[in-house]
Design a protein around this ligand. Structure first.
Ligand SMILES: [Zn+2]
Length: 248
């Protein structure tokens, strides 16, 4: 697995003093756009400051609406397709924007809109194939059930994977029982003591699924609370980051 450099970019909308800030891999894929949005450049107030995208965590809905509008501007006014995330292994094929049902991964071969997931420590995984893209929300349950590999297999052909910001071995202490389950599923090396690296488990899952190129941004949401929300470090009253992907 390669750690890919990344850059922080501010999507400045016309007439706005600032805009939604995102992280993108450098170099990124030529045939898709990836935006791992940070918590910067929105209007939500503490403890949701500032680019929170969820109305389910106690934030003001007007602020979330403005934040989503700023994000859409950055994405070239592309609308979004999303799922009701249930921490499972459901992969949903999508033909257009809007709510696409229940699941934790979206695939599409259609241009003109973005696939999005909402994240706070779980790992967003952007998959880029041949005329098809996939976006995965991979928490510990989804990772253990192999959702990233399942999504990649559903795409067929050559797939490149970009593992976005998520909680890593430096910050993610789990129970001994769960540590044993991860070691049993993915081998030693995904857990150190009782600290789990979700990105490492996801990498192994993707490689088992035949994904040849796996890039990891190497960013930990627990360590970088200046950039990202962290459910583990900040508790339930925090925001959600948006991760987005679209065919060019
Ligand atoms: Zn960390």
């Amino acid at each position: 697995m390669q750690t890919v450099p990344w850059k922080e970019d501010v999507g400045r909308a016309a007439g706005l003093a600032d805009g939604a800030t995102y992280i993108a891999p450098v170099p990124g894929p030529e045939d898709a756009r990836i935006w791992f949005f940070t918590r910067k450049g929105g209007v939500s107030e503490a403890p949701y400051e500032s680019l929170n995208v969820s109305t389910l965590v106690g934030d003001e809905s007007e602020a979330v609406t403005e934040n989503l509008s700023r994000i859409k501007t950055v994405m070239g006014e592309r609308p979004s397709a999303w799922v009701r995330q249930v921490a499972g292994d459901g992969v949903v094929g999508v033909e257009g924007p809007g709510l696409a049902g229940e699941g934790d991964a979206l695939l599409t071969g259609v241009r003109g809109f973005a696939l999005v997931v909402a994240i706070a420590d779980c790992v967003p995984v952007a998959l880029v194939g041949e005329g098809i893209v996939g976006m995965v929300h991979s928490g510990w349950r989804g990772t253990l059930s192999g959702i990233s590999g399942k999504a990649a297999r559903g795409m067929g052909g050559e797939v490149r994977a970009y593992i976005g910001p998520g909680i890593r071995g430096c910050c993610y202490e789990i129970s001994e029982e769960l540590a044993d389950r991860f070691t049993g599923r993915f081998g030693t090396g995904v857990v150190s003591g009782r600290y789990l690296s979700l990105p490492e488990a996801i990498r192994r899952d993707l490689e088992q699924a035949g994904v040849g190129e796996v890039y990891d941004l190497g960013l930990c949401t627990g360590c970088r609370r200046d950039l990202f929300y962290s459910h583990r470090k900040e508790g339930p009253k925090t925001g959600r980051n948006l991760a987005a992907l679209a065919l060019r």
